[in-house]
Design a protein around this ligand. Sequence first.
Ligand SMILES: [Zn+2]
Length: 302
Amino acid sequence: MFYEVSKNFPCPKCGNNHWCSFDKEQNIICCRRNTGSGIYRLDTTGTEYWLHFLHPSTTYTRNATKPLNPVVATTQLSASQLNEAYSCLLSNLDLGQFHKENLLKRGLTDSQISTNQYKSYSLLRRRQLALKLQHLFGEHICKDIPGMYKDSRGVFVIGGCPGLLIPVRDPSARIVALKIRCYSSTSSRYSYLSSKSHGGKSPGHPLHFPLAFDFNSKLIRITEGELKADIATVLSGTPTISIPGILSWRMAIPVLKSLKPETVRLAFDMDFKTNPDVARALIAAFDEIKSLGFNTEVETWI
Ligand SMILES: [Zn+2]
């Protein structure tokens, strides 16, 4: 059993407070960043980690060193069940003027905004929303919906920071997670609606396919960010998949093998100029995708 690092227990190898993990005895560290040492491994999603033993005498089995991977969902609900629950949640919310104007400014039309089901998420009416979901889906489903959990009184609530809700869709257009764009200066810019920090379920970090995605296109773009992928797909006409991060680029490989586009375009922010881990991952992704026979291009977004 591995536990994710936190602010109180940052990774002893890279100093980050997320994504790396450690075992119960705090002997084994699975660091997600290349610090120049450790045993190099790939996890089940093809994401890299480096294994470190804080006590050199540690004995271990290969099974005992499978790190925690936030990319993998802990909810047991199927995509259809998640879609039903999240669609119900979204249908009970509105899109506020502030968020709508922001989406219009980024180039989406009224109709695209409505079809994509972006909604404003405030702190108001959460209890009523939770009650409604509990009434419709029952306790056994609600306890498995990422974002829902029971508070100290044993009452179901829905967590997450206020902000813009962005549906994360699988290739069948089912909503399998919700991303929140938080506008508060104290929280991260984007986060998943998850109950993980309350001991509940997480949706993992799934790939996202915009509604306007053309699965027969000869050109496919890969980027990081669901909203960015939605906008890029409708504005450029190039179907754009969102991966949770460039470090998880291998998650896109089975999709590319199945869709067989002629060209794959990797489009990422300029982080790779300052972040060596990102630069290395981008080069590895480019080389691997090219070696699989796709024309491979890199597009940089500022
Ligand atoms: Zn680390």
